[in-house]
Design a protein around this ligand. Structure first.
Ligand SMILES: Cc1ncc(COP(=O)(O)O)c(C=O)c1O
Length: 451
């Protein structure tokens, strides 16, 4: 047998052992899953079936960076709701603000003072003056796209290959083997061929971007300043400045989607790298776990849109949602930004993440593995490739679902959770160095058994 076949056989056997342990530790979760006959896919949202173990762990309680499941198992949580809980689970100031608000009206279609404070804080952090709220980052992206199509009169949106911006039709495109855009595998019910609405370029590829922008039909580039949804792919020197220069030259607006790159610091990657986008979109963490999304517009854009009497921005024009900007989301966002995800909190989270990343590198090197570790502020990720992938396609190629599943179940059986999507670990204000050490000890033990 080749060394790879021996490795695969061991991986298979160890995974089988871990799955048995998982089933033994989670009888109640398994029963709840088995009995959820009236949930499509047996879960409230189909992606909750993204679990390596055959059924998901069911939540009892979560606080800070600790989760207790319905079987009484306790976990150190580095998934943090895939960033929805970057502020920690149920942070006290958010619970207090929301609890107070809950008694005083939930769905009134009226603005509250909290919204103005949250908007001002987002403006201060991200450098864009005019903010509007949605309930999800997906909707923030959808609405921003519509506004930029309206302003430019152009039809297309350009994204990076293997990006994720939520369930946004225009973003489900990748660079195909022949270098042209093609629908992303598994794209559900696309209204039209995605190449009719979208263009695509690899991250870190300015020549590819320029080639696509030269068609003159791209209203906006929608991008993360670092890819985060196919592992972390960091920008190379000069890339982000090049994107800004090219978008300006071709009359294309630039949207920074900061939903995950917010991990870079209090003003996300935009402030951290001194970027100058026309629009920032964001969601998840800014509500401390309460649903919210937001987009911020430059003064120029806000002015251009306000002057357009032909655009219905107050009723049926395609931008808006009844519960968007609701008092609860606004109270939560204000509390999260002003009391939880503060400058000091980010400083602590980033220090912890640096220790996490350094420790990972040491363990991976100690085992002589050709893997890489990337960090973006409070967010750390390892990929099964070295050097670190430069773009989404390279990063997608380095995925190893069987290996990933083994590591995730192994960690979960010993009380540590990573995000179920790839190998991301996120720090929140409550994450301690002892939590990091606990992860590392288990991760090292997993590799010792495997290698
Ligand atoms: C960069 C980015 N944008 C947007 C979204 C969509 O967020 P939501 O699912 O809250 O709409 C995600 C979700 O993971 C994301 O990673």
């Amino acid at each position: 047998m080749s060394p790879d076949s021996i490795f695969r056989a061991r991986l298979h056997d160890l995974t089988a052992r871990e799955l048995t342990t998982f089933a033994d530790r989670h009888p109640r979760s398994a029963a709840l899953y088995r009995n959820a006959d009236h949930l499509f896919g047996r879960v409230p949202m189909t992606w909750m079936n993204k679990t390596p173990a055959g059924f998901p762990i069911h939540l009892d309680k979560a606080r800070g960076n600790r989760i207790t499941d319905v079987d009484g198992n306790e976990f150190v949580d580095f998934c943090l709701g895939d960033t929805g809980a970057m502020a920690g689970h149920s942070p006290e100031p958010v619970v207090a603000a929301v609890t107070e608000r809950l008694r005083d009206g939930l769905a009134t279609m009226m603005p509250t003072e909290d919204a103005a404070v949250a908007g001002a804080e987002l403006a201060r952090r991200f450098g864009l003056p005019a903010w509007s709220f949605a309930l999800t980052a997906t909707d923030a992206n959808r609405w921003a796209i519509r506004l930029l199509r309206a302003v430019t009169g152009r039809s297309k949106i350009l994204v990076n290959s293997y990006c994720y911006h939520g369930s946004v039709d225009e973003s489900l495109i990748v660079v195909g083997p022949d270098g042209r855009g093609v629908s992303r595998e598994g794209n559900v019910g696309a209204p039209v061929d995605v190449t009719m609405t979208s263009r695509v370029a690899e991250f870190n590829d300015l020549a590819g971007l320029e080639r696509e922008l030269a068609y003159g039909d791209v209203a906006a580039v929608l991008m993360e300043p670092a890819l985060t949804n196919i592992g972390i792919v960091l920008p190379e020197e000069g890339y982000l400045a090049g994107v800004r220069e090219l978008t300006r030259r071709h009359g294309t607006y630039l949207i920074n989607d900061e939903t995950h790159t917010f991990s870079a610091g209090p003003g996300g990657a935009t402030a951290y790298w001194g970027l100058d986008p026309d629009v920032v979109t964001i969601g998840k963490a800014i509500g401390g776990g309460v649903p919210v999304g937001a987009y911020g517009l430059s003064a120029e854009l806000a002015g251009a849109l306000s002057g357009r009497g032909d655009l219905d921005l107050v009723d049926m024009g395609g931008v808006g949602g009844t519960l968007a900007g609701n008092p609860v989301s606004m109270a939560a966002t204000r509390a999260t930004l002003t009391e939880v995800l503060t400058e000091e909190a980010f400083a602590g989270m980033i220090t912890t993440a640096t220790v996490f990343a350094d420790g990972l590198i040491e363990i991976i090197e100690g085992h002589g593995l050709p893997w890489s570790v990337s960090r973006l502020g409070a967010r750390v990720e390892y990929r099964f490739a070295a050097p670190a992938p430069r773009n989404g396609t390279e990063s997608a190629r380095s995925a190893d679902a069987a290996l990933e599943d083994f590591l995730h179940v192994y960690l979960a059986n010993r009380g540590v959770l990573l995000t179920p999507f790839h190998n991301m670990a996120l720090m929140c204000p409550a994450t301690t160095l002892a939590d990091v050490a606990r992860h590392h000890e288990i991760f090292d033990a997993a590799l010792k058994e495997l290698m």
